[in-house]
Design a protein around this ligand. Structure first.
Ligand code: 2AM
Length: 176
């Protein structure tokens, strides 16, 4: 890992209103002593995980992001779920907007050419709200929908500090 390397990902970054609403509804699903809640300041939806990225690959990724031409969309977050293997509790969308799938598709194609590896699994838009949850709900739970108007996507750095991980938005690109 060279000194220039950063841990990066592309994400949808919520405004304060969306963040507060997600915090409010996720709080009802967090049982004391079960897992580590994600601080609301870190709430996001990952679009593409880049991982450890050197300066040249970051430049390539930013260049790709600049060529994306997709429409803004509304992401309706309306369910809470749990994944056993990564041990995360999340808030997600029953329906993934076509525009979001198109954005992910464009990034998959462009970033592959930069040397990044796209996720092989189907894309699942979600906000992780707690980690290290050993036991979670087996069934999806419907929740009051949080309607999020998404008008940009951002390049974010994952910074490890003594207090834990913090995500820092580096740069965003507008959706039309
Ligand atoms: P998660 O929230 O479901 O854990 C920063 O780590 C973000 O990138 C997180 O939102 C995480 O998803 C996502 N991510 C996707 N693939 C990852 C990977 N292989 N390692 C770490 N994080 C990954």
């Amino acid at each position: 890992l060279d000194a220039e390397s950063q841990r990066l990902f592309f994400a949808l970054w919520p405004d304060e209103i969306v963040r507060d609403r997600l915090h409010g509804l996720s709080a009802r699903f967090l049982r004391p002593g079960s897992g580590r809640p994600v601080t609301p300041d870190n709430f996001h939806v990952t679009v593409f995980f880049l991982g450890d990225t050197d300066t040249a690959k970051r430049a390539c990724a930013e260049q790709v992001a600049g060529t994306v031409s997709r429409q803004a969309f509304t992401l309706t977050l309306d369910q809470v779920g749990y994944w056993q293997r990564p041990q995360v509790l999340w808030v997600g969308a029953t329906r993934t907007p076509e525009e979001l799938l198109a954005l992910v598709g464009d990034l998959n194609v462009g970033l592959s050419a930069c040397g990044f590896s796209p996720e092989r699994r189907d894309y699942r838009a979600h906000v992780t709200v707690a980690r290290k949850v050993r036991r979670g709900p087996h069934q999806l739970a419907a929740v009051d929908a949080v309607s999020w108007r998404v008008e940009r996507f951002c390049l974010v750095e994952s910074v490890t500090e003594s207090a834990g991980v913090r995500y820092r938005v580096l740069r965003c690109w507008a959706l039309g």
